[in-house]
Design a binder for this molecule. Structure first.
Ligand code: FAD
Length: 564
């Protein structure tokens, strides 16, 4: 059913004439439609963000259990896995978005087109800013429960000149890139363009060979092969080049090695230039300067000319996440908001603040799990201080850990190297002290869960189900009955991530990595599998229909090559 079957709240939020909070800002109040006892008892639930995590939470919440307010600068949900397809017109931008209001309506919530600037934990207030018609307004939104799901932003790694790059995180990013690609092709055809300039215009450089960079390169190559060659002069083909710069020795290095190799050989066959073991030093408006490690260990500076540059080299904290992490002393992992296994923010008042999706990480417990495994394979016998672990035992342990915690398998692959690094006296065994140092390293460095849509959605759904139960419990349960006073733990299980594997589009081919050792990479069949998975994962029947039509249009008439 369409969401128009759900009733809408009558009143919008209103600004209270009373100001408050540390910054003395006006406070937004919920004007209840028809105040009754039930309404007064309901808690205010504020959700920050409108991405995978926030939207799967909003979809799972039962209507009317909370006074819900969802705050996000974008009033639509974006299906990011198809963003690379939108950069070349394989799908249209509006086919991969869904208006937030249609989703928030289902739980009778309010939506505010605004951004959260900070959280006052003591006063239970979110500081919010809205920009409309050039005017900035700041106010507080009060909460009883807060869910932070603001995602992450592109990591710049401090490289100078990134203002010359395109990013691929938002829909406007994809639209800008599509316009630039077509613009470069049109300019390359002008009689005023010299051959040298033409070559530069048609050189596309991708910095970062994770799934986003690789999928963009594959989509661009598809577009050239399937459409542009039919409509642009043949001469352009000789000048076209796609380069991928990667800091590691393989592309798609978070996937199984077999998939990396498959993707590499496919790209090499298609003439895509893979520049591995290279670090971007600087980006200029028409070139990327990088250093590359040679086989003899020597580091050489090189450059590649560029008509358009895509920057996709990982994630960093948003300003809001940064301010939260730095204001709570218990937050030790400075790369994301750390939560316990119930997704509650460490250091915030218990049961009031949750964090989910890319902005959050569940407190890493790989090392404690490793210790358990260690005990179970009897590697450690007797007194702790006498524990000795040989390299072979460590490998067995790592192998078991890889099978048991597939979500961490990529990180666990590095365990062999870590053993050697911590075997300070080169004895081939680790004593307890060395093991402790190694486990500390694992806890500090290895994040336990991937930053994917899959995880964000699972966390949103989990939290939605728990909040539904909490709303009932708050009314019906005697607080003295909670085990240790922990209501979350009493009424619901901790969050457990179920890894369904990762997919990557490789241009008329696709790859699947289950994370547990099963991999699949192939041509058309895999591509149709990739498409059908993303089709079924759509948030609404409406976007499913739009996507099906886009794919059909493309196969009949090709991509729309208009630049606007
Ligand atoms: P997001 O989806 O990024 O949403 C964050 C939301 O917070 C946005 O609505 C934003 O507007 C809002 N926001 C930001 N700041 C504030 C603020 N201060 N106040 C209020 N709201 C704010 N994952 C996969 O599993 N499979 C894939 O194939 C895949 N492909 C991808 C391709 C691309 C091009 C990209 C960019 C990502 C891809 N991902 C994929 C990763 C996936 O998109 C993210 O892991 C997922 O979006 C994380 O969900 P989230 O809700 O945490 O954050």
């Amino acid at each position: 059913p369409g969401s128009r079957n759900f009733p809408v709240p009558i009143n919008p939020l209103a600004l209270n004439p009373r100001t408050g909070g540390p910054k003395n800002l006006p406070i937004a109040e919920l004007l209840l439609d028809d105040v009754n006892d039930e309404d007064v008892k309901k808690q205010k639930l504020v959700i920050l963000g409108s991405g995978f995590a926030a939207i799967s939470l909003a979809k799972t919440l039962d209507a009317g259990k909370y006074h819900v307010v969802l705050i996000s600068p974008s009033n639509y949900f974006l299906f990011t896995p198809l963003l690379p397809s939108a950069t070349v017109g394989t799908v249209e931008p509006r086919s991969i978005i869904e208006p937030v209001r249609k989703i928030v309506n289902r739980c009778l919530g309010h939506y505010l087109e605004a951004s959260a600037l900070g959280v006052e934990l003591k006063d239970r207030l979110v500081e919010v800013v809205s920009y409309h018609e050039g005017k900035e307004r700041r106010f507080y939104v009060p909460y009883d429960k807060l869910v932070i799901s603001v995602g992450a932003q592109s990591n710049t790694h401090g490289v100078p000149g990134l203002e010359n790059c395109y990013f691929l995180k938002t829909l406007p990013d994809a639209i800008r890139m599509r316009k630039r690609i077509m613009g470069n092709f049109e300019k390359a055809c002008l009689p005023t363009t010299s051959p040298k300039e033409r070559k530069k215009l048609l050189s596309f450089v991708v910095c970062g060979a994770g799934p986003t960079g690789v999928e963009f390169a594959a989509e661009l190559h598809d577009m050239v092969k399937e459409d542009l060659v039919n409509f642009f002069p043949k001469l352009l083909r000789q000048h076209l080049s796609i380069h991928i710069i990667q800091s590691q020795d393989h592309i798609l290095n978070t996937y199984d090695e077999k998939i990396s190799k498959y993707a590499e050989s496919k790209f090499v066959k298609e003439g895509i230039d893979l520049i591995t073991n290279a670090r971007v030093k600087e980006v200029q408006d028409d070139r990327v300067i990088y250093t590359q490690k040679q086989q003899n260990g020597q580091i050489i500076e090189k450059e590649v000319e560029a008509g358009a540059i895509l920057w996709s080299t990982g994630l960093a904290l948003t300003p809001l996440t940064h301010s939260i992490v730095s204001s709570i002393p218990e937050q030790r992992n400075k790369k994301a908001i750390e939560t316990d296994s119930h997704l509650r923010v460490l250091g915030a008042p218990s049961g009031e603040v949750y964090a989910i999706g890319d902005c959050a990480t569940v407190q890493n417990n790989i090392s404690s799990r490793l210790v358990h495994l260690l005990q179970s394979i009897n590697a450690a016998d007797g007194e702790d201080s006498k524990v000795q672990l040989s390299f072979q035992q460590w490998r067995n342990l790592a192998e078991r850990a890889r099978r048991k915690f597939p979500q961490a398998s990529v990180h666990l692959q590095r365990l062999d190297k870590l053993f050697l690094q911590y075997d300070k006296d080169n004895s081939g065994t680790l004593d307890m002290k060395e093991l402790e140092a190694l486990f500390n390293h694992i806890d500090r460095k290895l994040t336990s869960l991937p930053t994917t849509a899959q995880r964000g959605s699972q966390q949103g759904k989990y939290l939605g189900k728990k909040l539904n139960k909490l709303a009932d419990a708050q009314i019906n349960i005697d607080p003295t009955q909670f085990y240790d006073g922990d209501l979350d733990d009493t009424i619901y299980k901790p969050f457990d991530f179920h890894n369904l594997g990762s997919l990557a589009y490789l241009g008329d081919a696709a790859a699947y990595d289950s994370g547990t050792g099963t991999t699949f990479a192939g041509g058309l069949l895999a591509m149709y599998l990739w498409r059908s998975v993303y089709w079924s994962e759509q948030i609404s029947f409406r976007t499913r229909c739009l996507l099906a039509v886009d794919w059909m249009k493309r196969s009949i008439w090709g991509r729309d090559l208009s630049k606007f």
